[in-house]
Ligand binder design. Structure first.
Ligand SMILES: CC(C)(COP(=O)(O)OP(=O)(O)OC[C@H]1O[C@@H](n2cnc3c(N)ncnc32)[C@H](O)[C@@H]1OP(=O)(O)O)[C@@H](O)C(=O)NCCC(=O)NCCS
Length: 174
């Protein structure tokens, strides 16, 4: 998939493990991602975990994936854009789809996530014909909340249904 400045293609681990680690080794990037922060202390732990997890998501066969965002001007991988089933409070997948975003720290503030998310929302709502896509955001993660606003997602208040935590829920319908 493509946008003006980006190519989106599924992450391939271990081939992409250096780029993957480069994104997640940054403590500002993982500030609101405690599970990934624990894994991202070394490249091999991160790679071992996601080399199992990403194929599991992909092999569900429902179009879910984690895509690497590639900057078309220099071919660098600069982030992840995600469409997957939200996990319940025990980590089991629910039928609800979420969009997620993680951007390399040096690319913040340039609109790349909003650009990638528009492509993935169109893919989810139109190609996959999902009726609704959610975003689950820590209430203190104002940058992520602003992304949901730029995408025209509706605020649905607090939820305790996912990730074993209280978070803000946003949604967008087809
Ligand atoms: C959340 C996160 C992805 C947001 O990144 P971001 O760079 O702020 O978001 P965008 O790519 O949409 O860029 C928007 C910014 O670029 C600016 N911008 C520049 N050109 C733009 C364009 N063409 N389109 C939209 N925005 C543009 C906007 O004004 C905005 O800047 P501001 O924050 O100073 O107001 C990033 O902070 C991140 O990776 N955080 C860590 C991971 C995380 O917490 N993920 C969310 C879990 S729920």
């Amino acid at each position: 998939m493509k946008s003006d400045r980006l190519i989106l293609r599924p992450w391939q681990l271990p081939a992409d493990k250096e780029s993957f680690f480069q994104i997640y080794q940054n403590s500002e990037v993982t500030y609101f991602l405690p599970r990934i922060r624990q894994l991202a202390t070394d490249i091999e732990s991160l790679n071992a975990h996601f080399s199992v997890r990403l194929p599991t998501i992909r092999n569900q066969g429902n179009g879910s994936d984690w895509w690497a965002m590639i900057d078309r001007k220099n071919n660098q991988i600069i982030g992840s854009i995600i469409l997957q089933n939200l996990p319940d409070n025990h980590g089991y997948p629910t039928p609800d789809s979420e969009i997620g975003w993680h951007l390399r720290r040096d690319y913040w503030g340039q609109g790349y996530i909003t650009e990638a998310a528009k492509v993935i929302l169109e893919y989810g709502l139109i190609t996959l014909q999902l009726p609704i896509i959610y975003a689950v955001v820590n209430p203190d993660n104002y940058r992520s909340i602003r992304v949901t606003e730029r995408l025209g997602m509706q605020s649905m208040g607090l939820t305790n249904k996912y990730y074993d935590t209280e978070a803000l829920l946003f949604s967008i319908e087809a």
